[in-house]
Structure formats: structure tokens, C-alpha cells
Design a protein around this ligand. Sequence first.
Ligand SMILES: [Zn+2]
Length: 455
Amino acid sequence: MLTTVKNLNLGSSIKQLFGSSRKTRIIYGSAIFLAVCAFGAAGVAPMAPDAADLPVKSITEELSVPTLSDQIARLQSEEQLYLREEKVRPGDTLATLLSRLGVSDEAAASFIKSDRVAYNILKLKAGRRVQAQTDKDGQLQRLTTTLTDGNNQPARNIVIAREGNGFTATETSARVERRIEMRTAEIRSSLFAATDASQIPDSIASQIVDMFATNIDFASDLRRGDRFNVVYETFWQNGEMIRSGRVLAGEFYNNGNKYQSVWFDEPGSKQGGGYYTFDGKSLKKAFLKSPIEFTRVSSGFSMRVHPISGKWKQHQGVDFAAPTGTPIRASGDGVIDFVGTQGGYGNVIVIKHWNNYSTAYAHMSRFAAGMRKGAKVNQGEVIGYVGSTGWSTGPHLHYEFRVNNQPRDPMTIQIPSAQPLAGADLQRFRVVANEMKHRFALLSPQDNGFKLASK
Ligand SMILES: [Zn+2]
């Protein structure tokens, strides 16, 4: 009685515990033992490596369960089964995939090619997992995979099973599991290096940038030793992460300040939720600290302090150095008041906001599509691209912040925030915020030296 498992999938969280060197481990054991390893709870699976190194005989002695020998005798009379899991590789054909899965079965191959449901196996993208169960001669008993084409398409499980002399293929909707993950990271070289090191997905990294964009200019404010905690949702299927969801809360320790933000969805709100400080103030009406888009691509120039970057100068604006073509975003919600060419400004856009606030963006190489007088723009929307038009000596964004048409220093001005939460909303918010505070306390027991920024 011997069962072979190759590329046993213990779920990615377990894989992280053991590292990737375990990929091709072969485990010998009884079918009962196998069932525990392969399909048991995550807490059970890490036991596998130790137990697997022991001969089956000594396990039976140690366990001394009265019925075990009976079970082994019964299992030995049954046909032995081989379980394997493989990932689809680029350039795979059905033949190469089946071969790696240990399937040597002409009838199975022709069934997969001809059956409408089973044919989905041929359309799997590289990286998808397929599990196969065969007998000792490589005859296919069962083949399973999950299809997740397109984000809006619900995922489906495909099961091909031997039935008598033939096969059946069935398609069922796959259950999606939502998980809440917590990560902590420290900035050593760049934001994306930190998120990579902590295995934080790119879409979560972008959301972190967005949620703190009114407090931190990620291109110039980051310091070595800054750190952050983040709580976000992920969606899983069959032990595989299929996508990441929303950032639920975050706190960022930047240059001596601590910024905190939590997602809150107000019931009956048309805005569809938003980020708030932990004391219930909306971050919605604050202006972005930098109109320059910060992404993995544009972050190549991060951590470098450019002489003209982020300084209020005699010319009553702030200059942000950035390569030509870097996207420029509206720093707040508003309406386009001017778009065109204006003397020394070159290609310039002026946006009118609430409360007689307005912002100007100069020296653009070009405007984004749809920019015309009267058009509505949202905070963070790309309005144009960095250039060097007008009186400019090199590619940069000249940014002006005006109150009643008078230029003001955006780095020092106090902007009134949107209506803070009150009444029942605030009560409900506190429950959410307190839970997140508790999670963060677990992640960073020491936060000495940082003061909580009020904005
Ligand atoms: Zn300037």
C-alpha cells in the first residue's frame, strides 16, 4: 500500500512557511494519512513533513489505534491511487500537461478534446492549477481545475471523472472565500520594494498610495525607516488567491508623523463609502499633496530630493520635477475653468473647486482626452502630462493653489475637511475603527517617537 503525491498543494500560506523548495517533495503514506495532509485544515498540514519522513510501520505503532490495522488491510485490498497537481506552463499542450500529471490514457485525452465542458482544460492559462488522480497504470480517475476567466465571470469548478468505461465532465460554481489579511512593511529603498518584500499585491500598494495621498507626497516625502501597517481583503478559491479587494485600514509612519485611515461605508450614502481618519473625519475634501501620479512605473525617481521639488518659491507656485509624460492628476474635485496655452505657463489647466479654491497645472506636454472648459473632474483623475512648454528650463510641473484667485502655499494652508461623522454613523464607525486600532496594536506594539498627525 503506497500512495505517491507530487507537487502536493498545501495552500500558498503553508508554502510560505516552508519556502518554495518543497515543491517537488514526494510523500509516502497511507491513503488515510494522505487525506489529512492534502485536504485537512491548515493547522494540520504542517505536521506532514515530519510524519512523512517516518516509515508507515512506525506510525502505526505510535498511534496504536485499534482499528488502524483493519483499515490498512482494507485499503491494501483497494487499488492504489496517485494524486498529482501541476500548474499549466506556457506552451503546454494537453499531451504535455497530462504527461506531467502522470496520466497515460488515450481515451481520457480524446474525451477532453471532444467534450464541451472538458474542453475548457485546453483553454487554461499558464499558472492555473490542475489536479489529477490516476491508478498505477496512469489511467485517469478524476481530473479537477477551477476556471476564473474574467473578473466579472463567476469562477467554476470543472470535474472530469471516470464512470464505467467512459468519462463525465461537470461544471459547478466555485465557492469564493473572503479573507482579511494584515501586513506590515518598512521602507528601505522604495515603497514598491517594501510592498514586494512583504508580499503585498500591487493593487493594494496603489490603494495605500491613494489613501494617504492627501498627507504624503510619495515621490519626495518618504524616508528610510518609514513603515506602515495595512489591513485588506483578498478572495480565494481552492486555496488559491484569485484577486485582492479593498484596503480596509492603514497606518503610515512617515518622517515622524503617524497617519491613520479606515474605510467606512455609510448606510444610504450615495458616495459609496470612503476613507476617514480614526476620529471620524472624512479625507474626501483634502487636496492631494502632489498632483504627480505615483505608480510603480513613475516611482523610479522616488527617494530623490530634486532641487526644485516641493518648494514654495518666489514665483508663487510649487515645482515638481518629473520625467516628460508622467501623468498629472487633479488634486481635488472640481470643474475645468481654463485649458489651453498662456504665455510663460505654456500648456496649462486651471480647475475651480469649492469655497473659491482653484488649482493651476502648467508646462504640460499635452492634455488628457476630454479636457475642456466646464468639464467635471474628480480628485486623482489624470488631466494631462508633464512637459516643458512655456518658460521652462526642463520637464516639471508648476502647480499653483489659489484662494479667491490669490496664490497661496498649498503646503501650509489649512483646508476645512468635509462634514465629520456624527450620531449613529459615528457610533457605527467607532466599532469599525476600534477593531482596526486593535489589529494595528497587534502589528506594531511599539510606536514611540511618532506623533499622530491631525490632518
Ligand atoms: Zn514653477
